[in-house]
Design a protein around this ligand. Structure first.
Ligand code: FMN
Ligand code: SF4
Length: 269
């Protein structure tokens, strides 16, 4: 008899993440302290570096859900279905961040900068939208955050994820710039814009036009660790990064992060 082929069951990562978020109790002593320890030098010193590992452990657990990181999931109504003081309204969804911030602040004091990377929008049905992220930004500012690095999207957001491919200068660079503009208009707080910024002139324009205070880049530095030096020396050519995100491949295989394109080039030489 011909063996019938079973259709492989499609893993529903979003559903899994929702389950985590909805039912796992918030154990302040574990979840919150892990974030606090990981973010403070005190934790670093005490644990001799192992706190970094703990953060990775925590994220590893969450990555099972396959979508974004824990604190982003708290902010997102697509994942956060909790009915306690950490779910529901944006005021509740931002609660855990405020508690973590206040614990970090208690350790590092008022003169130490505490920064947060957060989503402006999830680009997901039922996910975090700009009006709520702006409200969260106001609450965070009032709670004493020093700056926000503004990103967006999740792994489940398809082409509208946080690490987009095919960036073309003058076309789709700085893909969260509209959100940055909205944040700068509403909240008196330094903003660091991340996501697809490749050309020097655009970076300069974004700062000059008060759309962002700082420029944040990731893949361009993986390809060109000396990018700042090059630009300081007067070479303002666009970042060489192709935005193909191939640097994720070694990272996902536990081989560290490096530019795959650059490595291939150097092998050919
Ligand atoms: C290999 C790799 C690893 C990343 N790891 C993280 C991470 O752990 N946490 C995070 O918030 N963003 C992470 N990002 C996203 C970047 O910080 C950044 O938001 C994104 O790549 C968009 O900026 P870019 O266009 O300048 O690369 C990672 C990006 C890459 C390419
Ligand atoms: S592999 Fe290299 S060129 Fe491709 S996105 Fe990563 S850093 Fe850029």
């Amino acid at each position: 008899m011909k063996k019938t082929q079973e259709t492989p069951r499609k893993k529903d990562n979003t559903k899994q993440a929702v389950l985590h978020m909805a039912f796992e109790p918030i154990n302040g002593m574990i979840i919150k302290n892990r974030f606090v320890r990981s973010a403070t030098w005190e934790g670093m010193a005490k644990d001799d570096g192992t706190c970094t590992k703990r953060l990775i452990d925590l994220m590893g657990k969450l990555a099972k859900g396959g979508v974004g990181y824990l604190l982003s999931q708290f902010l997102s109504p697509a994942f956060n279905k909790r009915q306690d003081q950490y779910g529901g309204s944006i005021e509740n969804r931002v609660n855990i961040l405020i508690e973590i911030l206040s614990n970090i602040r208690a350790r590092v004091g008022n003169n130490y900068p505490v920064l947060l990377k957060m989503n402006s929008r999830d680009f997901l049905e039922g996910g975090l939208e700009l009006d709520d992220s702006l409200k969260a930004g106001v609450i965070l500012k009032n709670a004493g955050i020093d700056a926000i690095e503004l990103s967006g999207g999740t792994i489940a957001s398809g082409k509208e994820g946080p690490v987009r491919t095919g960036i073309v200068s003058g076309k789709n660079e700085a893909y969260f710039k509209d959100a940055a503009f909205a944040f700068k208009e509403k909240i008196d707080l330094p903003i660091m814009l991340v996501g697809g910024i490749r050309s020097f002139s655009l970076a300069q324009q974004l700062v000059n036009d008060n759309i962002t205070d700082y420029i944040s880049m990731s893949r361009p530095f993986i390809r060109e660790p000396d990018l700042i030096k090059r630009r300081k020396a007067g070479n303002h050519n666009q970042a060489a990064c192709l935005s193909d995100s191939k640097c994720f491949i070694p990272a996902m295989n536990g081989k560290g992060i490096y530019c795959v394109v650059e490595k291939k080039k150097s092998r050919k030489k």
